[in-house]
Design a protein around this ligand. Structure first.
Ligand SMILES: [Ca+2]
Ligand SMILES: [Ca+2]
Length: 400
C-alpha cells in the first residue's frame, strides 16, 4: 500500500484581504462614464482592472432592441452582478457620435435611481448604493434621427468596506440606431469597411449591433487597439440566420484566430497575451447561401486570460480549479466547484507523460468531489489533470 502526499499544490490559495472599499453610498458623481473625454469609476475605485472580475454588466433597451425610434420613449435596463462583491452602483450618459448629449433620461424608479445634470449632459445612476443591482429607467429619443446614439455605462461592484479599494469596475458602450428593417446593409453604421484599408475602429469594449453582411459579397473590416495592460481580448460574433465567420489579424497582418458562427449561433474568439498595436477583425459570409444577415459583435478586454466558453462570456477559469487532499494512505480526493454542468476528464499522469488513471465524468453545477485510488501506483511524481471545455488545470503530487 502506497501512501500519497500532496507535495505542491499548483495553486496556493492566497487569501487576499481587501482592506477597504465601498462605492458612493449616496449617489454617483457626474462625469465618470467613459463618454467622450470622461474617465470611468476606475480612476478612483481601485481593485481589479476594469472588466476583469467575475461580474457581468448587462444592458438592454426595450428588452433587447438594437434600434431607437425618434420621439419615442424607450425603457432601459442595466444590471450588474459579481459573485465576489456585495454592493453595486452605476453611472450612465447618452451621447451622439459627436459626443453631444442626445435625448432625455427619465427617472421612473425614485427609490433606486438618481438623475443629475452637468456640463450639458444628463447622468442616470444608482441611488443609495446597496445590494440592489437591476436598475430601470426611460430614455426619450430625440425627435429626429440623429444617427447612432451611444449609452456609456461605468458600473462598480464593491466590497462594502468603506473605501475605494477592492472594487471592480465594469464599463460598456451600447450603440443604437434608427431601424431600417428590410436591408441589413442600409443600417450598417460602419460601412464602407470592405477593405482592410477602410477598417472601422471599434472601441475596445462594448456591444455593436448595427452591422450587417449584404448578399453582394460584403466584407466588414474593423480595427481595435491593444495596449500592454489588458492584452487579453474576447470577441463574440452572434449571427442569427446564416453562417458568418470572424478572423482576427495581428498588427503584422498574421491570422491569429478564426471562428465561424454557424446559423443561429455564435463564435467566440479568445485571444490572450496579444501584442500591442492595431489588430484587425474581418467578418464575412462563409456559407453557400447568398443572403443578407445582421450580426452583433461583442468585444471585451481584461488582464486575466480568457478561457474559451461554449456558452457565454464569463470567467470560467475557476471551472477547473481544484483542490486535492489525501484522506487515507491510498486515495486522493479532488474537489472543485462547477459554475455550469459540464463533461470532465480527470487524469493522473506520470513523469513520462503516460496517463495511468482516467475518469470521464458528467457533472452538474455545484460542489463536486471525486476520488482516485493510488494504492497500486509506483512511487514517484505524478500530475493530476482536470479538463473540461472551459479549460484545464494541473497539480503535481508525489506517491511514496
Ligand atoms: Ca457590412
Ligand atoms: Ca463592408
Amino acid at each position: 500500500m502506497r501512501k500519497s502526499y500532496l507535495v505542491t499544490l499548483g495553486t496556493i490559495l492566497v487569501a487576499i484581504l481587501f482592506v477597504a472599499a465601498t462605492l458612493r453610498s449616496g449617489n454617483p458623481p457626474t462625469g465618470w462614464t467613459g463618454a467622450g473625454t470622461e474617465s470611468t469609476c476606475n480612476l478612483c475605485h481601485s481593485g481589479a482592472s476594469p472588466n476583469s472580475g467575475l461580474g457581468v454588466l448587462t444592458f438592454s433597451m426595450d428588452g433587447g432592441t438594437a434600434n431607437y425610434t425618434p420621439g419615442n420613449t424607450h425603457t432601459v435596463n442595466v444590471s450588474l452582478t459579481d459573485p465576489t462583491q456585495t454592493r453595486f452602483g452605476f453611472s450612465l450618459t447618452v451621447l451622439d457620435s459627436n459626443d453631444n448629449a442626445v435625448g432625455t433620461l427619465i427617472r421612473t424608479d425614485m427609490t433606486n435611481t438618481s438623475l443629475a445634470s452637468s456640463n450639458g449632459r444628463q447622468y442616470m445612476g444608482h441611488r443609495n448604493a446597496g445590494s440592489f443591482n437591476t436598475w430601470q429607467f426611460d430614455w426619450q429619443a430625440p425627435a429626429t434621427d440623429v444617427g447612432p446614439v451611444h449609452f456609456y455605462v461605468s458600473s462598480n461592484a464593491a466590497d462594502f468596506n468603506f473605501g475605494t479599494s477592492g472594487d471592480t469596475i465594469y464599463n460598456g458602450i451600447y450603440t443604437f440606431t434608427t431601424p431600417v428593417a428590410s436591408e441589413p446593409c442600409s443600417r450598417d453604421i460602419f460601412e464602407p469597411n470592405d477593405t482592410i484599408a477602410e477598417a472601422a475602429a471599434l472601441p475596445i469594449i462594448g456591444i455593436f449591433e448595427s452591422a450587417g453582411i449584404c448578399d453582394d459579397g460584403d466584407i466588414d473590416w474593423y480595427t481595435f487597439n491593444v495596449a500592454s495592460a489588458q492584452n487579453n481580448i474576447l470577441l463574440r460574433l452572434v449571427a442569427p440566420d446564416i453562417d458568418l465567420s470572424a478572423e482576427v489579424y495581428s498588427p503584422q497582418n498574421m491570422l491569429i484566430q478564426s471562428q465561424t458562427a454557424v446559423a443561429n449561433g455564435e463564435a467566440i474568439l479568445d485571444m490572450n497575451n496579444l501584442a500591442t498595436g492595431t489588430h484587425y477583425i474581418k467578418i464575412y459570409n462563409s456559407s453557400d447561401a447568398s443572403s443578407s444577415e445582421n450580426y452583433k459583435l461583442f468585444i471585451q478586454r481584461r488582464n486575466t486570460p480568457f478561457i474559451r466558453s461554449a456558452t457565454s462570456i464569463k470567467d470560467l477559469t475557476s471551472e477547473t480549479s481544484f483542490t486535492v487532499y489525501s484522506p487515507s494512505s491510498d486515495q486522493l480526493r479532488i474537489k472543485w466547484n462547477a459554475q455550469e454542468a459540464s463533461s470532465y476528464t480527470l487524469s493522473l499522469i506520470d513523469v513520462k507523460g503516460q496517463t495511468v488513471l482516467t475518469q470521464h465524468l458528467r457533472e452538474g453545477k455545484g460542489s463536486i468531489e471525486k476520488q482516485l485510488f493510488t494504492g497500486q501506483l509506483k512511487a514517484g511524481v505524478y500530475w493530476i489533470q482536470l479538463e473540461s471545455i472551459f479549460g484545464r488545470n494541473v497539480k503535481k503530487i508525489a506517491v511514496f
